[in-house]
Write a protein that binds this ligand. Structure first.
Ligand code: PLP
Length: 399
């Protein structure tokens, strides 16, 4: 076998996701799509706002094709980067320059660009459980090791007390995902200030900066009037990673950006470095989409659909006796396994044709994740299947 040793486990691991995808298809073929309840994927169910397609069509009709489809500065079209900087400065009172914005092939590429810039072989990236499974794969692919901070099983807030002991000379990056996938929890400004205090002390101790990736694909998906703190107001060495996959329902178009906080240590070197790793990894973000998002920065899909789904699914499951976290953001419901293991619970769900993701993959066994970016009608239809599942798990309905 000629492939790199570090990649072999990643290939083995990816088959689990493929298996679930194929399982959904197989169940639909066998029992009819209307009898299958697939809550496994975070693929937006609300279409992109009309402005996205209208802008794309107008650009395709009217723009000079050499400009539209050509190479540009590897960090992106300057007019798009300026528009993103202006938008952030207006919304959050920040002071980003155009050059602080690097357009990327989604948040995934943004995170990869940063990890490739900072990691020497064996360096460590810290993430707070439960975290997006791919962080581990991105870190391994960049030659590093991912260290998981155990979840705070009471609040699912950042377990800052446990973080300090995990930081050492090899620590380069901490990842914070706010709102969080898979819990839907939002971390408050106060929590982030506590994180900064720990990081400041640790940086002095280990003698080099620790950069915080603020992974924000769900920034615009917050409910009940919750406030999402603006990370650079709380964390000095902050690199924002943003995505239009969820905020404009464009996951297949692969468009996002990194915003380098003007306050970070070694600012110019880091900013230029991310431009280089972005060029090496992806050359540049898709040109048409860069020009589209420039004009649609303030447009949103109908996220009230997710809010409706959130209330409906949470209401149904808690009534049936399940323990769930009420999500404040993103579009995932985190449900405690009523069986001894979350793997057994996922299996029991499958028997009722309910597809859920075992949170063991998010470094938090004992829970499962349900993506509610699905049709409201499917959630309504799934009620009876959940009722049977609750019964099979020995739960009693709540009044
Ligand atoms: N980070 C988190 C927490 C996510 O949930 C996702 C996608 O689901 C990503 C990053 C990757 O997003 P993108 O589609 O922009 O690469």
């Amino acid at each position: 076998m000629a492939i790199a040793d570090r990649m072999a486990p990643l290939i083995g691991g990816s088959s689990a996701i493929r298996k679930m995808f194929e399982e959904g298809r197989q169940l639909a073929q066998e029992y009819g799509a209307e009898n299958v309840y697939d809550f496994s994927l975070g693929n937006p169910s609300v279409p992109a706002p009309a402005s996205v397609n209208e802008t794309a069509v107008r650009l395709l009709r009217n723009e000079d094709p050499l400009y539209l489809h050509g190479y540009m500065n590897n960090s992106g079209f300057e007019e798009t980067r300026q528009a993103v900087a202006d938008d952030l400065n207006k919304r959050f009172g920040a002071s980003f320059a155009m050059t602080d914005i690097i357009m990327t092939v989604g948040a995934a590429a943004g995170i990869n660009d940063i990890l490739h810039l900072f990691l020497n072989p064996g360096d460590e990236v810290i993430a707070f459980a439960p975290f997006f499974t791919e962080y581990r794969n991105y870190t391994i692919a960049a030659g590093g090791n991912l260290v998981a901070v155990p979840a705070d099983m009471e609040t699912f807030q950042l377990n800052i007390d446990a973080l300090d002991a995990l930081i050492n000379e090899k620590t380069k990056i901490v990842i914070v995902n706010n709102p969080n996938n898979p819990t839907g929890v939002i971390y408050s400004g106060e929590t982030l200030d506590r994180l900064e205090q720990v990081l400041e002390k640790a940086q002095k101790r280990i003698g080099h900066p620790i950069y915080v990736i603020s992974d924000e694909p769900y920034r615009e998906l917050v409910y009940d009037g919750c406030e999402l703190p603006f990370m650079p107001d709380h964390i000095r060495n902050c690199l924002i990673v943003y995505s239009f996959s969820k905020s404009l329902s464009l996951p297949g178009e692969r468009i996002g950006y990194v915003a380098v906080s003007p306050k970070i240590e070694d600012h110019d070197l880091v900013r230029d470095g991310i431009g280089v790793t972005n060029r090496i990894g992806s050359v540049n973000a898709p040109s048409l989409m860069q020009l589209v998002v420039r004009e649609c920065l303030n447009d949103r899909p109908k996220i009230e659909v997710y809010d409706r789904n959130r209330r409906l699914l949470y209401g149904n499951l808690t009534k049936l006796g399940f323990d769930c976290l009420m999500p404040q953001g993103a579009f995932y419901l985190f449900v405690k396994s009523p069986l001894e293991t979350s793997a057994a619970f996922v299996d029991a769900g499958r028997k009722e044709h309910i597809l859920m993701v075992d949170a063991a993959g998010f470094a938090c066994p004992g829970y499962v994740r349900l993506a509610y970016c699905v049709s409201t009608e499917m959630i309504e239809r799934s009620y009876e299947a959940f009722r049977r599942l609750a019964k099979a798990c020995g739960l009693e309905e709540r009044k």
